[in-house]
Design a protein around this ligand. Structure first.
Ligand SMILES: O=C[C@H](O)[C@H](O)COP(=O)(O)O
Length: 154
C-alpha cells in the first residue's frame, strides 16, 4: 500500500519541509504528496492554521499521514492533536519515530527545523515511511482507549 502524505510548515519549517517533500515525491512508498504550505518565506501563516489543515485532511481520510515542520515541531503537534481522530507527535530520534507508529498509531509526525539537522530529518522520515501499525497488536487496545475517550467527548 502506498501512502498519501500531506506536508506543511510555517516560515520556520519551510526549507526543511520543502526538502522532505522532495524526498517523499521520490519515494515509491508514497503515492501523493499534498503540500498545504507555506510556500514562501514571506508567508507568515501561523503554525496552527497549517497543522489544522493537514490534520483535517488526515481525519477526513484524504491523506494517510501528515508530516509537519515548524521551529520545534511542538506547536504543530499540539494543534494537530486537537483534531478528532488524529494522533500527532514530535519525534527527533529513531526509536521515538518508530514507537509513534508501532505503539501509538500516530498518523502525524512533527519535526522542529530549529532542533533537528536536515540529514537526520531525512533519515527519520525514510524510516517513518516503512512503519505500519499492527491493528491486532497489544498496543491497539491501548490506542483504543484514546479513541473511546474522543468518541464519548465529541
Ligand atoms: O511550535 C511553534 C513553532 O516552533 C513555531 O515555528 C515558532 O513559534 P513562535 O514564533 O511562537 O516561537
Amino acid at each position: 500500500m502506498t501512502l498519501r502524505i500531506v506536508v506543511g510548515a510555517d516560515e520556520a519549517g519551510l526549507a526543511l519541509k520543502d526538502s522532505l517533500a522532495e524526498l517523499l515525491r521520490a519515494d515509491d512508498r508514497v503515492s501523493v504528496v499534498d503540500d498545504v504550505g507555506v510556500h514562501d518565506a514571506a508567508d507568515h501563516t501561523a503554525y496552527p492554521n497549517v497543522a489544522l489543515d493537514a490534520a483535517q485532511a488526515v481525519a477526513a481520510g484524504r491523506a494517510d499521514r501528515a508530516l509537519l515542520v515548524c521551529g520545534t515541531g511542538i506547536g504543530m503537534a499540539v494543534a494537530a492533536n486537537k483534531v478528532t481522530g488524529v494522533r500527532a507527535t514530535v519525534a527527533h530520534d529513531s526509536y521515538s519515530v518508530e514507537r509513534s507508529v508501532l505503539s501509538n498509531n500516530c498518523q502525524v509526525l512533527a519535526l522542529g527545523a530549529r532542533v533537528v539537522g536536515p540529514e537526520l530529518a531525512k533519515h527519520l522520515v525514510h524510516e517513518w515511511l516503512g512503519l505500519t501499525f499492527d491493528e491486532s497488536s497489544a498496543s491497539a487496545e491501548k490506542v483504543e482507549v484514546i479513541s473511546r475517550y474522543e468518541a464519548a467527548d465529541t
